[in-house]
Every structure is written in C-alpha cells, then in structure tokens.
Design a protein around this ligand. Structure first.
Ligand SMILES: CC(C)(COP(=O)(O)OP(=O)(O)OC[C@H]1O[C@@H](n2cnc3c(N)ncnc32)[C@H](O)[C@@H]1OP(=O)(O)O)[C@@H](O)C(=O)NCCC(=O)NCCS
Length: 255
C-alpha cells in the first residue's frame, strides 16, 4: 500500500465534554473523518483505558499505565497521536525515538519502555521511530483509522529525518496456529499471504516488512509471548554522513 495524501489542518476544538480543552488538530482523516491531535498529559486516563482494552490477553505490567503515558506526552508528544470522534478518544498511535541494532534484533518491550516506568524510553538522539502501541476501539475498527495513524507517524519520520519505523508487532492469529507451526513459519505464511493475521496482515498492507519472530516480546500466554519484528523504511531519510559541504543533503536542498 502506498502512502496516501493527508488532509492537514490546524485549529482549536473542545475535546472534553464538560471542560474546554483547546487542542490543535493536526489532521482530519480523509477516510475516517476523525480529528487527530498530538497526545496530552491530561488524556492519560483515556489512553491507559484504551491500551488495557486493546491488549486483553497481555500482562498489564507490559503496557503503558497513566504515569508512563504522562511521561510519554511530556517527552515525545509530537510523535504520538490520538483520534477523536467529537469528544471521544477512539484510537491512539504511540512511539519513541530509539537507536536500534538490526544485527541484534531480539528484544522485549521492556527493553524499549522500562518495566518500572521510570522513563518514557524516548531518546531524542535516536534515529528510528519505535512504535510502542497502536489501537483502535473495537467498534471503530476497519474504517481506515489504523492506516491514518501509520500515515501520521510516517510523516513524523520524514519531518524528524528518522530512518523509519520499527516495532514488535503482536500476532493474535498465531493463537490458532501455535500447535501447528513455529512463530517464524507463521510469520512467513502471513508474509506470503497464505494466512491472515488481524494485526500483522494490516501492518504488511501498510508497507511494513515482517522481519522475524521475537521470543518473549510481551507476556501473552495466548501466543506463548511471540511477536513479529516489523520495519518500514523512510526513503526520504538522509544520513548526516551524506551532508554536502554547503550544509545541504542530496535529497534536501535546505541547509
Ligand atoms: C490493528 C488495529 C490497530 C487496526 O486498526 P483499524 O483502525 O481497524 O485499522 P484500519 O481500519 O486502517 O485497517 C484494518 C483493516 O480494515 C480494512 N478496512 C479499512 N477500511 C475499511 C472499510 N471501509 N471497509 C472494509 N474494510 C476496511 C483495512 O484494509 C484493513 O484490512 P487488512 O487487515 O486486510 O489490511 C486494530 O485492529 C487494533 O486496535 N487491534 C488491537 C491492538 C493491536 O493489536 N495493535 C497492534 C499492536 S502491534
């Protein structure tokens, strides 16, 4: 699937039903019609509730809680988005900047976001966007909101000149196949289109490569804690090594 143009606007809306919470809308989704905004610390309760509801079989200690969502909103709000249907928060796309070594791809979610939630895990010097969570409320799924969340975060990679997006993707469909094949074989079957996974197929259709299986990524007995390493490359990325003597880069005429 190719990247789609976005309808970008800015403006102030009231997101809370009772309080006036002026917030800048960064995009109105062409497909969903929903309003998207960068996350704010005061939305931590709604974001945490959506996180818990979205990963029903995962260990809650592996998920964001309210304090860690507040830290994330403080550190990297510009990389994290929430979608609103009027005043209702219905979806989110979260992430942090990291350095990622593809020569040693095995890792767990707590290597990215510390389990004690002492920090958001965001490293402003990081050259990859690590997707730490994407979820849409069940009744809002299959309307293009997840794809719009990816479009926004791909935009962040371009704006911040990050190499791309990497994540440990959950593979809920593996629960029905784990007695039949290894996680790597399951991922290969999904990659080849012979099996459909509600999450991994959607990510592949959004331009991600499914690289390999990740063992013990997030505690989830339904899939024996397996996940898939996924990656999307930002073709506009320019390495600092490519910078010309006049301060410009080959793909960017701005110094
Ligand atoms: C994965 C998830 C975020 C997808 O969100 P979503 O808002 O439903 O995403 P989209 O609507 O953009 O796409 C989902 C599917 O609906 C399809 N779709 C989109 N609009 C549609 C429409 N109008 N009619 C029919 N199908 C549609 C998409 O093509 C996509 O199909 P695919 O799986 O074959 O690629 C959501 O299912 C979710 O929250 N899951 C639980 C949490 C989770 O697993 N997160 C991923 C962690 S790695």
């Amino acid at each position: 699937m190719t990247d789609k143009p976005l309808t970008e606007i800015t403006g102030d809306i009231d997101l809370a039903s009772s309080d006036v919470v002026p917030t800048e809308i960064v995009m109105v989704g062409e497909r969903s019609g929903l309003s998207y905004a960068n996350i704010r610390t005061e939305w931590a309760p709604e974001l945490a509730e959506l996180e818990l509801a979205s990963y029903a079989t995962a260990n809650p200690s592996d998920l964001y809680d309210e304090p860690s969502l507040r830290l994330l909103a403080q550190d990297f709000s510009e990389g994290c988005f929430a979608a609103f249907d009027d005043s209702r928060l219905v979806a989110m796309g979260l992430g942090v900047r990291v350095h990622f070594d593809f020569n040693q791809p095995q890792h767990s979610v707590s290597d990215i976001v510390p389990e004690d939630h002492s920090s958001s895990g965001d490293d402003p010097t990081g050259d990859w966007y690590y997707g730490t969570g994407i979820s849409t409320r069940p009744e809002y799924r299959r309307r293009g909101i997840g794809s719009e969340m990816y479009d926004l975060r791909k935009g962040v990679c371009r704006q911040l000149n990050l190499r791309g997006m990497v994540a440990g993707g959950v593979i809920p469909g593996y629960a029905d196949h784990k007695h039949l094949m290894s996680a790597d074989n399951y991922i290969a079957e999904v990659r080849e289109g012979r099996l459909y996974d509600p999450t991994l197929s959607f990510q592949i259709n959004n331009g991600f490569e499914a690289v390999c299986a990740l063992a013990n990524y997030i505690e989830d007995p339904a899939v024996d804690s397996w996940a898939a390493l996924i990656v999307w490359h930002n073709l506009h990325y320019t390495s600092p090594d490519d910078t010309q003597p006049d301060g410009t880069s080959p793909n960017n005429t701005q110094p």
